[in-house]
Design a protein around this ligand. Structure first.
Ligand code: SF4
Length: 226
């Protein structure tokens, strides 16, 4: 499993954390990288964090869940790296349910944080019924109140071109940052819609050059994971 990589504008680490509180999204099998052994998690995470050099002055931390599911010692270790390596911007992820706790994390780190949220789609029913995401907001402005960046999932059977067009439009209208993940099949029964993906990659290829939107055609495109 690759756990450290350098992107154009930031370093990125994939750390270990406790299992996601929810674990019920229909498309997700991230739990396979989670642990309940705090000591082991901290040990691995310290080792990965040692690789951070500060070369981009920005660091993204992902952990197969929300940042709140990392042990507190790991959060402290991230803060130590931020200080030691002169990191000026941090990217972290959180589920909608933790939205009222983001301010605590922002004040803990004392540097600007780009908080990412996996909304997957702004279509309420597809998000909460088909994908079972448990993120019950009605409008992107509610998300924008708390988060800086949204992650969209593209190419799942049942999605439509209209739904995806709307998602991209709302991402660009409301958010400075975004991540578009083309769905990669995994151990869940959720399937890709190859024709929809082909259409999307053709129609929205210009987004690959967008300075603050990441498009992941493979889920390992950030250079971490397996
Ligand atoms: S909230 Fe994230 S980590 Fe948790 S089950 Fe859903 S996709 Fe997986």
């Amino acid at each position: 499993m690759k756990r450290y990589s350098i992107l154009e504008n930031r370093e990125i680490v994939l750390l270990k954390s406790r299992p996601c509180f929810w674990r019920k999204c229909t498309f997700c099998d991230y739990i396979m990288d989670n642990s309940t052994n705090v000591e082991e998690m901290n040990q691995i995470n310290h080792k990965i964090l040692k690789k951070v050099t500060g070369c981009k002055e920005a660091l993204e931390v992902i952990n197969s869940g929300s940042c709140f599911e990392m042990p507190k010692e790991t959060l402290k270790a991230i803060k130590d790296v931020v200080t030691a390596k002169n990191i000026k911007k941090l990217y972290l992820e959180s589920h909608w349910v933790y939205r009222h706790r983001l301010a605590d994390i922002r004040s803990f780190f004392e540097i600007p944080i780009v908080f990412k949220i996996g909304v997957e789609t702004f279509d309420y029913d597809f998000r909460n019924i088909t994908l079972n995401k448990n993120a019950h907001f009605k409008h992107p402005s509610e998300v924008k109140e708390h988060f800086d960046s949204v992650c969209l999932l593209v190419g799942i059977q049942g999605q439509t071109k209209e739904m995806i067009r709307k998602d991209i439009e709302l991402l660009l209208r409301y958010f400075e940052y975004g991540t578009i993940n083309i769905f990669t099949e995994n151990s869940t029964p959720v399937k890709r819609d190859e024709a929809l993906i082909e259409w999307f990659l053709n129609e929205y290829q210009h987004l690959k050059d967008h300075p603050t939107i990441d498009m992941l055609v493979e889920n390992t495109d950030f250079g971490v994971g397996d």
